[in-house]
Design a protein around this ligand. Structure first.
Ligand code: B12
Ligand code: SF4
Ligand code: SF4
Length: 311
């Protein structure tokens, strides 16, 4: 390895260097322990605010304490990749909008591959060490840990916001047995602003930092595996997959850059209503392969488009 990693400070510096070399845009470190905001997570579950989002009621103990994921865990490394590139102009004619994270290469694979490489390098540097890696689908409350690891703060819209990268970021984490010097937690810069609370078209942001997922357009357009839109779904206000309104109005959101591993698909940013609602016009929809839209398939997009698309 050619250099001493005997102190937590040296180990942390090494880990960050490796993460950046792997193409991750931000990296921070927290001490492993009970999850900050675990109480908020349990309260959201108990109040039913997360109904409609699959799997969140599983592995609750692990979400509330990542030390249960890896025996002997000492640190949580949190990483981010940005996707804040310019949104293409709205084309002529009636179109429905796709959230920015979805009109590009799906982040799950690139993120998890980078984290696995980081873990491999860690195991070479510290033989016998172990780690759990996660991106979105793992049992880690990623935004709480991102704030704790100094990447930014959880805004009133519940997004992780960064003064450098904004909020068009995706997160990943590695819970590790290696002791790494922690960063200072991120500090709140929302101040007196309430733009997101006012702008949410469905009233899903019911209070600062509190999102009722039952009213969020993303829950109903992305997380619903069924053939029909739920009877209690809100109108989708021109969105066909995901929603970015609470970020579009945020003064901090759009500061970052886009990671080269997450190239945009400009042809998917707006989808023609005709292709989604007219029988046999599905060929107007570009290929969804390799993007988050592939999970919904054209069938899922048609379902979303037919459900009160313009409120
Ligand atoms: C379930 C889920 C959703 C649900 C619910 C989201 C929610 N806010 O609860 C739905 C389907 C609605 C959703 C939507 C979106 N999601 Co989502 N989602 C997740 C997932 C899988 C779990 C989040 C979770 O546990 N939520 C439960 C709540 C309680 O926890 P939380 O969201 O972290 O909320 C924190 C704070 O709000 C605070 N808090 C909660 N209540 C209260 C109350 C008070 C009083 C206080 C002070 C604090 C507080 O505590 C929590 C921890 O810090 C994570 C991945 C992961 N494993 O963490 C991705 C994730 C959060 N989603 C992500 C993204 C990109 C989105 C969308 C932007 C996609 C889109 N464009 O459509 C939207 C954004 C909507 C929004 N404003 O949050 C990214 C966020 C990246 C970032 N920069 O923040 C994540 C991290 C995925 C990833 N790996 O990148 N998502
Ligand atoms: S994603 Fe859209 S619907 Fe969901 S909270 Fe944000 S603005 Fe509201
Ligand atoms: S819009 Fe304002 S209140 Fe909402 S997250 Fe951004 S800075 Fe915070």
């Amino acid at each position: 390895m050619g250099r001493t990693l005997s102190s937590p400070e040296q180990a942390a510096a090494w880990m960050k260097e490796q993460a950046r070399a792997l193409g991750l845009d931000a990296v921070g470190i927290a001490r492993a322990g009970p999850t900050p905001d675990a109480d908020q997570f349990r309260a959201a579950l108990a109040a039913g605010r997360l109904a409609g989002v699959p799997y969140l009621d599983e592995r609750v103990a692990e979400r509330c304490d990542p030390r249960l994921l890896v025996p002997g865990a000492r640190s949580v490394v949190v990483v981010a990749m940005g996707y804040a590139d310019a949104r293409p102009p709205r084309p002529d004619g009636p179109h429905l909008q796709v959230a920015r994270y979805a009109a590009r290469r799906d982040y799950h694979n690139p993120m998890i591959k980078k984290l696995r490489s980081l873990r491999r390098r860690q195991r070479e540097a510290w033989p016998g060490s172990d780690a759990y890696v996660a991106a979105d689908t793992g049992a880690v409350l990623e935004r709480a840990w991102a704030q704790q690891a100094g990447l930014g703060w959880v805004g009133k819209n519940t997004m992780l916001l960064s003064t450098r990268l904004g909020s068009y970021t995706v997160l990943g984490s590695m819970v590790t047995t290696v002791e790494l010097a922690p960063d200072a937690p991120g500090t709140d810069h929302c101040g007196t602003c309430t733009a997101c609370l006012t702008a949410c078209p469905t009233g899903a942001l019911v209070a600062p930092h509190v999102l009722d997922a039952r009213r969020c357009i993303t829950t109903h357009t992305v997380e619903n595996p069924g053939d029909d839109v739920a009877a209690d779904a809100p109108p989708f206000h021109g969105w066909v997959f995901g929603c970015d309104v609470c970020q579009e109005v945020c003064p901090w959101a759009d500061r970052g850059t886009a990671n080269a591993a997450l190239p945009a698909r400009a042809d998917l940013a707006f989808l023609p209503v005709k292709g989604l609602t007219t029988l046999d016009a599905a060929e107007l929809i570009p290929s969804l392969a390799g993007t988050p839209l592939a999970r919904a398939k054209v069938k899922g997009l048609i379902r979303n488009a037919r459900a009160r698309p313009r409120s």
